[in-house]
Design a binder for this molecule. Structure first.
Ligand code: SF4
Length: 268
């Protein structure tokens, strides 16, 4: 049975959302409101209309609607898009990534897509904030191959300030899922002056060392490419002047996180 859900994009030939060449499906809706969000169009759960929105949406039936962000689609429609790229997955050991927003906000839709991919021998990854009831992780754990799990800020007050939610449930879920098995790549956005402070980095290292099994750490440098989206969508950009971290800083951070003994990569 096809299940319906809301997405805002499907990106083809992605090389930053997990191993190999991937098709990334972006779910609409996010429980967080990060100040540095590079997908502000993901945050609201339902499609949004904009006067001057000129994004292109990749599903053919909504291709003409240049004023809308987001579409309601069926799991069969999404699977059909994913299946078009099977030759690339086979060559590169890639697959499908479900991102957002937070894909677990639409857990039934996500679960159905994971089952469909598994039935078609397509490997999957879930890019998650970790901000969800743990029973959702339990439901999908065996259906997916990989979690791209975000870690942002260790201090809870700062986490609430910069993302709108507490980090407690996120850190508990990360601990439980890394106790369960070897399916987590940790993704750490590097946001200058927000989470690259000595205190936050030291606390992150301590926390990571306490976790049972992390496959890899990906450090994701902040970039400014979303600034024009904020303008087009007339949304408030809380960090308009923020500059990306330098290459040197990213290399230093790479060495710093490598002290955990875990493989570290700059980028996804
Ligand atoms: S978790 Fe990701 S999608 Fe959600 S608000 Fe933060 S940066 Fe944006």
């Amino acid at each position: 049975m096809s299940v319906k859900g809301f997405i805002f994009d499907i990106k083809k030939y992605s090389i930053n959302d997990g191993p190999g060449i991937r098709t990334t499906v972006f779910f609409k809706g996010c429980p967080l409101k990060c100040w540095w969000c590079h997908n502000p169009e993901s945050q609201r759960k339902l499609p949004e209309e904009f006067e001057e929105c000129t994004f292109r949406w990749h599903l053919s039936h909504d291709y003409e609607n240049k004023h809308r962000v987001g579409s309601e689609v069926t799991s069969d429609e999404v699977l059909a898009e994913i299946k078009k790229d099977i030759p690339f997955y086979e060559e590169s050991k890639g697959g499908a990534t479900f991102s957002g927003g937070e894909p677990m906000l639409q857990i039934n839709f996500l679960n159905e897509l994971l089952i469909l991919c598994k039935t078609n021998n397509i490997t999957t990854a879930i890019d998650t904030t970790g901000y969800t009831d743990y029973k959702n992780f339990e439901l999908i754990y065996n259906q997916t191959d990989l979690f791209l799990f975000d870690l942002k800020l260790m201090d809870d007050d700062l986490h609430i300030k910069y993302t709108g939610v507490s980090n407690k449930i996120i850190h508990e879920n990360l601990k439980r899922i890394t106790d369960t098995g070897d399916k987590v790549i940790l993704r750490i956005p590097i946001i200058p002056s927000v989470n690259d402070t000595e205190k936050n980095l030291d606390e992150m290292i301590k926390f990571i060392r306490s976790l049972k099994k992390i496959r890899e750490i990906n450090l994701l440098p902040y970039h400014k490419s979303a600034n024009s989206k904020y303008d087009k969508m007339k949304k408030e950009n809380k960090l308009p002047e923020l500059e990306p971290p330098s290459k040197e800083e990213m290399n230093q951070l790479k060495d710093f996180f490598a002290s955990t003994g875990i493989k570290v990569k700059v980028g996804g």
